[in-house]
Design a protein around this ligand. Structure first.
Ligand SMILES: CC(C)(COP(=O)(O)OP(=O)(O)OC[C@H]1O[C@@H](n2cnc3c(N)ncnc32)[C@H](O)[C@@H]1OP(=O)(O)O)[C@@H](O)C(=O)NCCC(=O)NCCS
Length: 339
């Protein structure tokens, strides 16, 4: 379900109606999509002596009935417009599940923010007035580094941030795919394209709010397949586990959206693999079965993070420069007829 679909779902419910001389309802309607991909809705209630609750509260209560509490995206509409949640609803979203600091809140047409942007100083029962403490996730990196990071939705960031992602990508791809992003402008264009309707991009930030890496997704086949494109980690931080983190975050997102397959294409423009400079039309399957890397190549990254080779596109990046295709299941149950 896209953001526009979610807005439409809320719009279908909005419309004030009177239930008694003391009560009106339905002036605001809300719709949310939970981490599992289910949609829950609610309408507001207002009574004569200030009783009642917001539409977001009603939608959240509906979600809790299904024993869910993690919200991926939420929106409320009033008339034909979108309304940001009130302060009480912001706290409610945060307090029902700590991971909701990642909740995307639609606050206007094409305007999405994450909860910490609406709630920079959350309520803390023990008196701590920490600023966005939960935005930063602390983990011990697999090589013993202590990493602190947070994911943000790239759509909610400004032009400066987009420039930073462009610079990061330009540097990161220089060695592996120099023809693909030949200039900083090409990299900027790539970031902008990743923000187009229907696509989604997330960035990983360090404690100074600087991007460590980012990944975009392009849905295909009615949303059953998500292509990861592009993905880049800043050169100084490659090999520290951040690429894996980005892929894991994309997988979580894909899972919540009912995606079946993640797909990625990586090219060999530099002769790093045994598929370079080969006429792949002669025997593509045997070339794939015996694929090896002569020097460091992202093929190994994709295999390490659980992807499998599913194909090759001869000459995709020029004569003898193939595109190598990888996929990974997100939801994999036995298909009909499968042993
Ligand atoms: C590809 C990229 C996103 C990987 O991110 P990263 O943070 O460097 O990768 P990680 O540290 O998370 O690596 C995960 C695993 O893959 C391995 N790996 C990563 N890149 C590798 C490479 N080029 N060659 C061999 N192994 C690699 C790591 O050793 C690690 O192995 P482990 O499971 O034994 O720990 C990053 O290197 C990058 O931005 N490269 C330039 C841009 C690019 O090529 N993007 C991908 C286009 S398809």
């Amino acid at each position: 379900m896209t953001d526009d679909d979610l807005i439409q779902t809320a719009k279908q419910l909005v419309g004030e109606f009177k239930t008694s001389d003391d009560c009106v309802a339905g002036g605001v309607a809300a719709a949310l999509i939970s981490a599992s991909g289910h949609v829950y809705t609610g309408v507001c209630v207002d009574t004569a002596c200030s009783l009642g609750f917001c539409a977001e509260h009603a939608a959240i209560a509906e979600m809790l009935k299904a024993r869910e509490s993690e919200i991926d995206t939420i929106v409320a509409v009033c008339g034909s417009g979108i309304v940001p949640p009130c302060g009480r609803c912001r706290e409610l979203i945060r307090q029902i599940n700590a991971t909701n600091i990642r909740t995307r809140v639609i606050i206007g047409p094409r305007r999405v923010v994450t909860l910490p942007e609406l709630l920079p100083f959350r309520f803390a029962a023990d008196g701590r007035s920490d600023r966005e403490p939960a935005r930063v996730t602390r983990s011990v990196g697999r090589r013993g580094f202590v990493n602190e990071w947070v994911f943000v939705d790239v759509r909610t960031q400004d032009a400066d941030f987009i420039d930073k992602l462009a610079e990061l990508s330009f540097d990161a791809f220089r060695e592996h795919a120099p023809d693909w992003l030949p200039t900083l402008d090409a990299a900027r264009q790539e970031v902008r394209e990743s923000l187009e309707q229907g696509r989604r991009s997330l960035a990983l930030l360090d404690t100074a709010q600087e991007p460590i890496g980012w990944a975009g997704v392009i849905p295909h086949s009615g949303g059953r397949v998500w292509e990861i494109h592009p993905i880049a980690v800043r050169t100084a931080d490659q090999g520290k586990g951040y690429g894996r983190l980005l892929v894991e975050q994309v997988e979580r997102l894909a899972q919540s959206r009912g995606v079946l397959t993640l797909f990625v294409g990586t090219s060999d423009e530099t002769g790093a693999t045994s598929l370079y400079g080969v006429n792949l039309y002669e025997n593509p399957l045997s070339a794939l079965a015996t694929l090896s890397c002569r020097k460091s190549h992202t093929c190994e990254f994709w295999l390490r993070v659980g992807f499998r080779i599913v194909g090759v596109m001869p000459d995709e990046e020029g004569l003898g420069k193939p595109g190598i295709h990888f996929a990974k299941p997100v939801h994999r149950k036995a298909a009909p007829g499968e042993a």
